[in-house]
Unconditional design. Structure first.
Lengths: 110, 113
């Protein structure tokens, strides 16, 4: 089937800390992988994407690498800011279906 | 470029009433999605259109939910009658086709009391 499993939250970090949010996906077919971010009171915004194995998506200091061998697409940022506080969703698109993980709430304290 | 437009932003109704949501996708996007997002959960696909045809409605509670996209552009999602458990944010998204990234509207927050 098509599914995405995300690291459970919530995650609380101090400003300038290193961030990792884990995401694994089912390996059926050749899916595209995405990270979306949802700021309070807003809709989902595409943060980054990767469409094939070993691709690295990056945006706003965030990165994620499509790892076929571990079926993972972990989100990382070297130094988080208070403005990064939001809910992050990993998503898998394959067989014409776009499926989301359950989301990870991230809070960054000054 | 204009994004995905949804209305209304908020709606409060009593159980057993009906409600309708409207979505205008990005111009030229053939694929349109409706998702339900319950508080604390990830979005769950309700229905997916390609132009004016339904691609997937396997998780749509068809006894009370309906959706249409008659001219392959705007779409409406209706709930009749509403239940308390329908309280959620209803997200509309669109994409160029079935295999490209989706862009989301701001959502409609429905509260059923």
């Amino acid at each position: 089937g098509n599914s995405v499993t995300q690291m459970e939250g919530p995650v609380t970090l101090s400003e300038e800390a290193f961030l990792t949010i884990n995401c694994t996906y089912t390996a059926t077919g050749y899916p595209s992988l995405f990270w979306y971010v949802q700021y309070p009171g807003e809709g989902l915004q595409l943060l980054l994407k990767a469409t094939k194995a070993d691709d690295k998506g990056s945006n706003k200091g965030f990165e994620a690498t499509y790892r076929k061998e571990t079926t993972s697409f972990h989100l990382e940022k070297g130094s988080v800011q208070v403005s990064d506080s939001a809910v992050y969703f990993c998503a898998r698109q394959g067989a014409q279906k776009l499926v989301f993980g359950q989301g990870t709430r991230l809070t960054i304290n000054p | 470029e204009a994004g995905v437009a949804q209305s209304p932003r908020y709606k409060i109704i009593e159980k057993r009433q009906s409600v309708a949501f409207w979505c205008n996708p990005i111009s030229g996007h053939a694929t349109l999605y409706w998702y339900q997002q319950i508080l604390g959960q990830g979005p769950k696909l309700l229905i997916q259109f390609q132009n004016n045809g339904v691609v997937d409605d396997s998780q749509l509670p068809k006894d009370r939910f309906s959706a249409e996209r008659l001219k392959g552009v705007d779409s409406t999602l209706k709930i009749q009658p509403a239940k308390l458990e329908d309280s959620a944010v209803y997200l509309c998204a669109s994409s160029v086709d079935l295999n490209t990234e989706a862009f989301f509207g701001q959502g409609t927050r429905l509260t059923v009391v």
